[in-house]
Design a binder for this molecule. Structure first.
Ligand code: GLN
Length: 318
C-alpha cells in the first residue's frame, strides 16, 4: 500500500493550526518579555531569575519548538508529542517541586528559525527542538547539558546511492531553514567541497515539506539530523537514508534566555535524573515507534529500519 502524501499534507495543516494557537498561548506569557528586559536585575541568593519568576507566577512552562522533527516533536492528532515534549514535561514536574507551585507544560509551535529570537524576546521559557549547541547560538542563548547526540544524514530516493558529501556534487539539496544541516550544506556550496559543482540548496520552513519535495522528485537529497531522517524516510514512499553520517557529531540541549542560571540548574538536574533513570532512551524508543506508527497505514514494516532504541540508548547515556 502506498504511503500517502495526503496524510502528510494533513499533518502539515495540523501543524499550521497549532502554530495559530501558539501565538495566542504566547500572549498569555507575555510577562516573560518584560521580565526578560531586566535580566541583569536578577538575583540575590533568594531571588528568582526573571524566567523562573515568570514560570512561578504563571504556573506555566512555555516550551518553544517546531513540531516537524520526529521523533523529537511531531503532531499526534491535535497535540504536539515527542521526546522533547516528554523531557519538558519532566522539567515542569521538577520545577513544581523547586518552586512550590504546580507548573503545567504548554507547547508553543512555530518556525525553527524563530525559536532563538522568540526565546530572547521572552515569548517562551525554554526551547526544546532537537536544537544543536552551536557557538553562534551560544552568543544569543544559554544551553543546558546535552541530552542527545546526533549528526547529519542524507535522505534520498531508494534508487540513489548518496553516501558522502562528495556524492552531493551537482545535486539539488533540501534542508530546513536555519538548521545545522542547512548551515553545513550552504557553507559547502559557498566555499567548500560543493563550491562550483552546480549543487544547489533549497531552504524549507519544515523538514516534512523538504521530504515531500524529495518524494515528488523536486530534490535529489535532503540533509537533516539522523533520527528525523529515519522517521521521515520511513513515513514517505520511495525514500531511504544514507548508511553513514556526513557531519561531525552534534549535541542537543535545552536553550534558555541568557541570565537564568537558576532555571538552567533546575533543567540540568532534571536531565541528570532522566539519564540516571534511563528515561531519555525510553522516550526515544517510545517515540521512534509511535512516530513510525503515525505514518500512513500499512507501512509499519519500514518502522523497524529506523535507528530507534539501541543506538539511542548509547547516545543518550553518553
Ligand atoms: N539539530 C538541528 C539544529 O539544531 C535541527 C533541529 C531542527 O530542525 N529542529 O539546527
Amino acid at each position: 500500500m502506498k504511503k500517502s502524501i495526503a496524510v502528510l499534507t494533513a499533518a502539515l495543516l495540523s501543524v499550521a493550526m497549532i502554530s495559530g494557537c501558539g501565538s495566542e498561548e504566547e500572549s498569555s506569557s507575555s510577562s516573560a518579555a518584560s521580565a526578560e528586559g531586566s535580566s541583569s536585575a536578577a538575583s540575590t541568593a533568594e531571588e528568582l531569575g526573571p524566567v523562573m519568576e515568570d514560570i512561578k507566577s504563571t504556573g506555566t512552562l512555555v516550551m518553544l519548538t517546531n513540531a516537524t522533527f520526529p521523533p523529537f516533536e511531531y503532531t499526534s492528532g491535535t497535540e504536539v508529542a515527542g521526546v522533547d515534549v516528554d523531557i519538558a514535561g519532566e522539567i515542569a514536574k521538577d520545577l513544581s517541586e523547586v518552586l512550590g507551585v504546580e507548573v503545567t507544560l504548554q507547547v508553543s509551535d512555530g518556525d525553527f528559525d524563530s525559536i532563538v529570537p522568540s526565546l530572547e524576546s521572552g515569548k517562551g521559557h525554554v526551547a526544546l527542538a532537537g536544537m544543536t549547541v552551536t557557538e553562534e547560538r551560544q552568543q544569543q542563548v544559554d544551553f543546558s547539558e546535552p541530552y542527545i547526540s546526533s549528526s547529519q544524514y542524507i535522505i534520498q530516493p531508494e534508487g540513489s546511492n548518496l553516501q558522502t558529501m562528495a556524492d552531493l556534487a551537482g545535486k539539488r539539496i533540501g534542508a530546513q531553514l536555519g538548521t545545522t544541516g542547512d548551515i553545513l550544506i550552504s557553507d559547502e556550496i559557498a566555499s567548500g567541497s560543493l563550491a562550483g559543482t552546480g549543487a544547489t540548496i533549497s531552504q524549507y520552513k519544515s523538514a516534512l515539506e523538504a521530504g515531500m519535495d524529495l518524494a515528488n522528485g523536486r530534490l535529489d537529497a535532503v540533509v537533516i539530523d539522523q533520527y528525523p531522517a529515519a522517521a521521515i524516510a520511513s513515513q514517505m514512499e520511495g525514500l531511504k537514508v544514507s548508511d553513514a553520517s556526513i557531519s561531525d557529531s552534534e549535541s542537543y540541549a535545552v536553550a534558555v534566555a541568557k541570565g537564568n542560571e537558576d532555571l538552567l540548574e533546575a533543567i540540568n538536574a532534571t536531565i541528570d535524573r532522566l539519564n540516571e533513570e534511563g528515561k531519555i532512551s525510553e522516550f526515544m524508543t517510545n517515540h521512534s515507534t509511535t512516530a513510525a506508527e503515525e505514518a500512513p497505514a500499512g507501512e509499519s514494516d519500514t518502522a523497524e529500519e529506523a535507528p530507534a532504541g539501541e543506538s539511542a540508548v548509547e547516545e543518550a547515556a553518553a
